[in-house]
Write a protein that binds this ligand. Structure first.
Ligand SMILES: C[S@@+](CC[C@H](N)C(=O)[O-])C[C@H]1O[C@@H](n2cnc3c(N)ncnc32)[C@H](O)[C@@H]1O
Length: 226
């Protein structure tokens, strides 16, 4: 089973022998490829949609591997003792936060969470820090022209309230291979957004101040990296 670069990147972060729960599994390719390679001990694939689960079941049958399928929103059909690693990929940052919020056991520190938000990455970092999750590692990958970040997260950390303007990056992101290139890309995007706000006839002063702080934060981090 061939994984796209984004899913292949997440697969490399799953520990050998893990008991994986993949939420929003869709076609089930991530857990199935790890099962086929014998890299994980067991896998649950959960999804809110019947169609995706039928697709995953077909793929599992074709490859002759055992993927436990669950039809439910988020982690509703997964018990904490059934897994040690949870992947939630290809969804918006807000949906990922809502899924974790509805399953407080994910903050127990015993589960590794691999989170790959498609949008609202800053908001997801802010939410994680505010709810006692530590971002242990960030991994960058590219697929076609899009850039993705995968957060390796664990609960059991102290609660930290961090302003959104400081959530464009994290200490873990700065350690990631490719961080400087990623930050240059972010900086261009945020500078463009700032210019748009400054030109708007009715600028919101609070948002302008926040956006300037965000741009400054990224510039400073880039200086430290280069
Ligand atoms: C874009 S696909 C991502 C599939 C795969 N995880 C990936 O990264 O390629 C999103 C999947 O998440 C499922 N989904 C969306 N919201 C969900 C939720 N709250 N709980 C469980 N599954 C959800 C959708 O049905 C869909 O199959």
């Amino acid at each position: 089973m061939v994984l796209t670069p984004r899913l292949a990147c997440i697969a490399t972060l799953v520990p050998q022998g893990a008991r994986l729960a993949d939420i929003g599994t869709d076609h089930g390719k991530l857990p199935l490829s790890l099962l086929i390679e014998g890299r994980i001990a067991s896998a649950i694939g959960s999804d809110i949609g019947k169609g995706p689960l039928a697709h995953a079941a077909r793929n599992a049958r074709e490859h002759g591997v055992s993927l436990s399928l669950r039809l439910a929103p988020g982690l509703d059909a997964v018990r904490p003792e059934e897994c040690d690693t949870v992947s939630i990929a290809g969804m918006g940052g807000q949906t990922i936060a809502e899924i974790l919020q509805a399953a407080p056991w994910t903050a127990d520190g015993a589960h590794l969470l691999l989170l790959q938000p498609m949008t609202m990455v800053y908001e997801l970092r802010q939410w994680l820090w505010a709810h006692g999750y530590a971002i242990e590692r960030e991994t960058l990958c590219r697929e076609d022209r899009r850039r993705y970040v995968v957060l390796s997260v664990r609960g059991g950390a102290e609660v930290r309230e961090v302003p959104l303007s400081q959530c464009a990056l994290s200490p873990a992101l700065l350690q990631a291979p490719g961080a400087a290139e990623y930050l240059r890309h972010l900086l261009t995007r945020e500078q463009r957004a700032l210019a748009g706000m400054e030109q708007a006839s009715r600028a919101d002063n609070g948002r302008l101040t926040e956006q300037r702080a965000l741009v400054h934060e990224i510039e400073q981090a880039l200086e430290g990296l280069t």
